[in-house]
Write a protein that binds this ligand. Sequence first.
Ligand code: SF4
Length: 155
Amino acid sequence: MCCKLMHFPALTKPRHIWCPKYRKGAGCSIYPDRPDECVQFMCLYLQADELPDNWRPDKAKFMIWTGREANRLIIEVDPHHPLAWKQPAYYPQIKTWSDRRHPEPFEVTVRVGDRVTVVFPEADIDLGVDQGRPIESGYEVIAGAMLPYARFVPA
Ligand code: SF4
C-alpha cells in the first residue's frame, strides 16, 4: 500500500498513484535496488507485532505511519475506500490511540486524499484540505468546558 499511497521524492511519483515499479501480485519489480526511501520506510504494521492480520494495509485499505514526529500517528487512507478507518474493526482502536491522557499521547490524524481530520475520543475534527502547514491540536476551555481543538498553524 505504501507503493501507492506515499510520495517518495526519489521516485517522482505522486501520492495515491501506484508506483510504476509495482507489479500486481508480485510486488516491487526492482526490490533489491529500490531507493533508500523505500528501504527505510516502515509502516506501523511492520513495526507493531501486536497488530492483527486484518490491519495489514492491503486488507485494511489504510496505512499507519509516524511521520517526522514520533508523537503523531498518521492514518493514510486509500481514497478509493475513504471510510475504511471508520469500520468497527478499526475505529475503536483508533479512538483509543487518540486519548491524550496516555503517558505518551499521540496526535492522531487521518488523511483521505487531500483532506485531514484530527481524531479525539469525543470528536473527529475535519480540517478540510491540507494547507501544507503544521497542525496544532489539544484541549482548550471554551464556554467553561474543556473541548478538543485542531487547526493549521497560521502562516
Ligand atoms: S520502488 Fe518498489 S518499493 Fe519503492 S514505491 Fe516503487 S514499487 Fe514500492
